[in-house]
Ligand binder design. Sequence first.
Ligand code: ATP
Length: 266
Amino acid sequence: NFVSAVVAPGEIGVKFDDIGALEHVKKALNELVILPMRRPELFTRGNLLRPCKGILLFGPPGTGKTLLAKALATEAGANFISITGSTLTSKWFGDAEKLTKALFSFASKLAPVIIFVDEVDSLLGARGGAFEHEATRRMRNEFMAAWDGLRSKDSQRILILGATNRPFDLDDAVIRRLPRRIYVNLPDAENRLKILKIFLTPENLETGFEFEKLAKETEGYSGSDLKNLCIAAAYRPVQELLQEENKDSVANASPDLRPLSLDDFI
Ligand code: ATP
């Protein structure tokens, strides 16, 4: 149970279309992962096109790195294993060798598979010098050895996808093994608009709801912040209705919630 999730491709429930914005990231992942996993025969001929063994997604918190990793597994038709760097190093001191061996042999049975390592900096971060915990060091070395040991046949079908908010904490040995690095940025107004439409289109909105205005006024918000904002707004009509019911002390059997207006988001 050092693995936080193992999911088959049909059960992940997230596709690229569920992710607003980040078109450049989806395009890069299509070329680097989806095509080689779906059409391996196109990548075995010459020397130039080799599938990539490791990719790093980096960028501010809440920008959709985890969501991208899951959607990528769906799109590539791959199984999905998720592990979290900090859980591995804190819970499993001492068992590094056994654990990494188990993980990689499990993964090769599940191939094609994407091993998503969230907080990769805490598992494989910069060497901590004399103060680094011995067990963390061993875990890192074991992990890297197993990674290097992926046979080239497997490498087409096993991808390590790391994610971090702290790319500067990664050491050179890890950076080398994650040769493709993709920046997952905060959305600009145009992309916030796309994300807001994903969350709000299925909702009951007032006619003429000003999406553009809301997108403009949410400068600096990540995808995750936008989601939280929308959830809080959607709750307002519910709260009002409950207050009304309290006053009248007569619960409406099939309550009609009013549509959301821009004011609910302020
Ligand atoms: P962290 O670095 O904090 O782990 P993260 O970059 O992995 O964050 P996610 O966990 O993928 O971010 O995002 C959190 C939630 O925010 C997602 O489950 C999703 O609901 C929403 N979200 C973030 N970005 C987007 C986006 N571009 N489109 C749609 N939803 C998004």
